[in-house]
Ligand binder design. Structure first.
Ligand SMILES: [Mg+2]
Length: 117
């Protein structure tokens, strides 16, 4: 069972994602509300996979992705972000994102992305 760290500034998004992941049997190791906290939580929890929003206060998901990958080059990070952020896809992949999924949530896409990590 893979452990997942959810990083998203939207409480509703975190709740939806947490419920969906727990229903299919993943362990939600923790949640973070911005990129800075996500990086701190990553170091503390060492989750198998991170789901990362892009637009967040304090530190966005791309910067957090870069920081985490610098800290742990093996980190598995899935960018899950609102539609209309497609221009960020290339930068995310270049920066080491494992996958890029757009909201609204397509449960199966997210589950597949986590399983493929
Ligand atoms: Mg956001």
């Amino acid at each position: 069972m893979k452990s997942v760290l959810i990083v998203d500034d939207s409480r509703v998004s975190r709740r939806i994602l947490r419920n969906m992941l727990e229903v299919v049997g993943f362990e939600v190791a923790g949640e973070a509300i911005n990129g800075k906290e996500g990086f701190e939580q990553y170091k503390k929890l060492s989750p198998d996979v991170v789901t990362m929003d892009i637009t967040m206060p304090e530190m966005n998901g791309i910067d957090a992705l870069k920081l985490i990958r610098e800290y742990d080059p093996e980190a598995k990070i899935i960018i899950i972000t609102a539609a209309g952020q497609d221009e960020k896809r290339d930068e995310a992949i270049r920066s080491g994102a494992t996958a890029f999924v757009t909201k609204p949530y397509d449960n199966q896409k997210i589950i597949d992305a986590i399983n493929n990590c």
